[in-house]
Design a protein around this ligand. Structure first.
Ligand code: PRX
Length: 679
């Protein structure tokens, strides 16, 4: 990507460009070598499982009747008349004519039905002994107060509200207060920078921002208000910033006309608030995620279908027994996993959850296992990158804790390599807990492909089959289903209740991104293989999206950030296989002539620049200063060759390069050491 042309996709590896993107590498390859291993469900779990094998047949026989039945999990203020309106694809309407309130479904009805005393969240702060227990009745009261406070700030149904918060109960309270008012929220992960925050606030036209002074990370307060101040200084339409006091940092700036403390405004409000019923298709939230271009996409989820989809999957895949389970999803609420499987799914089901604020190694590397022991966690959901970190730290750490309460383990966010799966099963699950490897996306809203714990004999590394009510296929370039034993592109062939409805403010991009590659089918952007049993093995992204520690990053977005630095003329970014984080960001940059050799600190300077433009999560692990980039005759950067360099491999076929000596130049530069690695 050049500095003149910041929004054009110049990848040669964009979806559908041929077989190269589909070649499994690294973990995916080792997954495929372990296909034969299987773990039957534990007998007791299978005997009492929420879902039996018959559910697949039932859903196959009449998919819409199946989803209509699942919709009974939700309390409708007005019943729906039609399950699905697919008359204008790809714009779906689910549960047409139905009205409901999401917060009512997550809270009030549990209280009304006598479950108000049940714990909704055991919240655990990072500092030792900093805990809060919120019952469903407590949470309902807090959400009503927050909703009344937002009304006082002038919030009306349809207004979008930005939330930039640590992992504290007020984050859930704020989301549900928005949902209660029909004001779609957009939660922005705390690792994003002020720049990323302001562009999202502007894109969804938020007038109110909810934040905190900071949160605890690695034993110290980490400030959140300064990036909000900086972001909001560029968003003149933001009229109020509601600030939770979490860390008590005294160095925060205060704008008396705009900023208001949560405790000043919310605490004094009434715990009474009448929830209004909204249309099933009323927007519930917008979540920004990276795509193949520089501009993040605002994924829009609506209310009825999303709640049905998340409630059903949380109940079915985690075999939820709400009266007895203690469920813990370790994701951050700033990502879709936190939305669907910390907030909406579990609360709609009346589950008891653990929520933890901090990092797994504070104050010691056994913190998570201490929490499992102390709270007798039964169902646990985390990401492969975390599992690999624990593997590195050693099995003796979890072994010091009593993990016998655990019954089921979940994985999400990236392919789980069989080694990590086996370690998770053995060292955390005592070789008795089933592991559910759940495939889904911000766009799908709900889990789509996963074992069912009481039904499926799981294979380490495979997400197995589409769950009941979901139709997926693996197709070749021409869109034809592949044979068993072959690879291709993962598509979803029927609409599903929690599907995204569009991209915020950009219907055309929605159609183009997801529905044009294989007309009539949703293209997920993932490569996959069907094994001889017809089970699905995910092979990673086939587009310009990277997956770093389960976080989704766009190569193009990072390239744009790099070329916006005055010393950079051109940049190319690839995701290089990494043992710990799945993929790592590797950048290749050509400096401007005016920058000379960039100076000694150029690499550190560029990494800091990406952190400022996007956020610390996007900082390249390696940056290599190169004299040229490998390009085809039509000017496309050949990322495949750069990936070879970044992964220390012999470079592949260079015959399509405009100038094949470029790779020699890059390699000689590497030998001279003009490159830097993180840590
Ligand atoms: O490539 C797939 C990978 O993560 C992508 C979706 O990322 P995001 O929208 O950030 O959502 C993450 C949490 C749902 C997918 O396109 N992915 C997610 N789960 C898996 C996975 N890859 C393999 N196996 C999984 N279980």
């Amino acid at each position: 990507m050049t500095d003149k042309d910041q929004t054009t996709v110049t990848s040669e590896s964009s979806a559908g460009d041929g077989s190269d993107a589909l070649k499994p590498s690294g973990d995916a390859l080792s997954n495929l070598l372990h296909e034969e291993r299987r773990f039957e469900p534990p007998v007791e779990l299978a005997t009492n499982a929420n879902v039996t094998a018959a559910e697949y047949d039932e859903a196959d026989a009449d998919r819409l009747a199946f989803w209509a039945k699942q919709a009974e999990r939700i309390t409708w203020a007005q019943p729906f008349e039609e399950v699905l309106d697919w008359s204008e694809p790809p714009f779906a309407k689910w549960f047409v004519g139905g009205k409901l309130n999401a917060a009512y479904n997550c809270l009030d009805r549990h209280v009304a039905e006598g479950r108000g005393g049940r714990v909704a969240f055991h919240w655990i702060g990072e500092p030792d002994d900093d805990t809060r227990t919120l019952t469903y009745a407590d949470l309902k009261d807090e959400v009503c107060k927050a909703a009344n406070a937002l009304v006082e700030l002038g919030v009306r149904s349809g207004d979008c509200i930005a939330i930039y918060m640590p992992m504290i109960p007020e984050t859930v309270i704020a989301m549900l207060a928005c949902a209660r008012l029909g004001a779609p929220h957009t939660v922005i992960f705390g690792g994003f920078s002020a720049d990323a925050l302001s562009s999202r606030i502007q894109d969804c036209d938020a007038r109110v921002v909810i934040t905190a002074d900071g949160g605890y990370r690695r034993g110290a307060p980490s400030a959140l208000k300064p990036p909000v101040d900086e972001a909001v200084s560029r968003c003149p339409d933001v009229r109020s910033v509601l600030v939770v006091r979490r860390t008590g940092q005294d160095d925060i700036e205060w704008n008396g006309e705009r900023d208001v403390w949560w405790h000043d405004l919310v605490d004094k409000q009434s715990t009474e608030h009448e929830p209004e019923a909204f249309d099933a298709e009323h927007p519930l939230y917008v979540m920004y995620t990276s795509g193949s271009t520089g501009k993040p996409k605002g994924i829009l989820h609506s209310t009825g279908g999303y709640l049905v989809g998340t409630a059903y999957t949380h109940w079915a895949i985690f075999d939820l027994k709400p009266e007895t389970d203690v469920y813990w999803c370790s994701a951050d609420i700033g990502w879709v996993t936190g939305h669907s499987y910390i907030v909406y799914g579990p609360l709609a089901n009346g589950a008891t959850s653990v929520m933890y604020e901090g990092t797994p190694d504070t104050p010691h590397k056994g913190r998570w296992w201490q929490i499992v022991q102390d709270y007798k966690v039964t169902k646990f959901y985390t990401a492969p990158t975390a599992i690999r970190t624990f593997m590195k730290w050693g099995a003796e750490i979890p072994a010091k804790h009593d993990l016998s309460s655990l019954q089921l383990l979940g994985s999400v966010g990236e392919p789980i390599n069989p080694e990590a799966y086996m370690w998770y099963r053995k060292e955390i699950g005592s070789d008795r807990c089933p592991v559910v490897d759940t495939w889904w996306q911000t766009e799908t809203g709900m889990i789509m492909i996963s074992p069912l714990p009481g039904v499926t004999a799981g294979k380490p590394g495979s997400a197995m089959k589409a769950i009941p009510g979901i139709s997926a296929a693996v197709v070749n370039d021409a869109g034809e289903p592949v044979e068993r034993g072959s690879g291709g592109y993962l598509v979803l062939t029927e609409p599903w209740p929690a599907m995204l409805r569009t991209l915020w403010g950009d219907d055309e991009r929605y159609k183009e991104t997801y529905w044009s590659r294989f007309p009539g089918r949703y293209f997920a952007g993932d490569g996959a293989k069907l094994d001889e049993d017809g089970d699905v093995w995910l092979l990673g992204r086939v587009d310009d999206v990277m997956n770093v520690s389960g976080h989704r990053l766009s190569t193009t977005e990072i390239e744009s950030a790099l070329v916006s630095h005055p010393k950079v003329a051109e940049a190319a970014v690839v995701g290089a296989a990494d043992n710990m984080t799945g993929q790592a960001v590797a950048a290749f940059v050509i400096l401007r002539e005016s920058a000379g050799d960039g100076g000694e600190d150029v690499v550190a300077e560029l990494r800091a620049h990406v952190a400022k433009e996007i956020g610390a999560i996007a900082k390249p692990k390696t940056i290599m200063v190169v004299p040229e980039l490998p390009k085809t005759r039509s000017g496309k950067i050949m990322r495949r060759l750069l990936r070879d360099v970044a992964e220390h491999r012999e470079t592949g076929d260079v015959t399509t390069l405009a100038d094949s000596s470029v790779m020699d130049l890059i390699k000689s530069n590497l030998d001279e050491g003009k490159t830097a690695d993180d840590d």
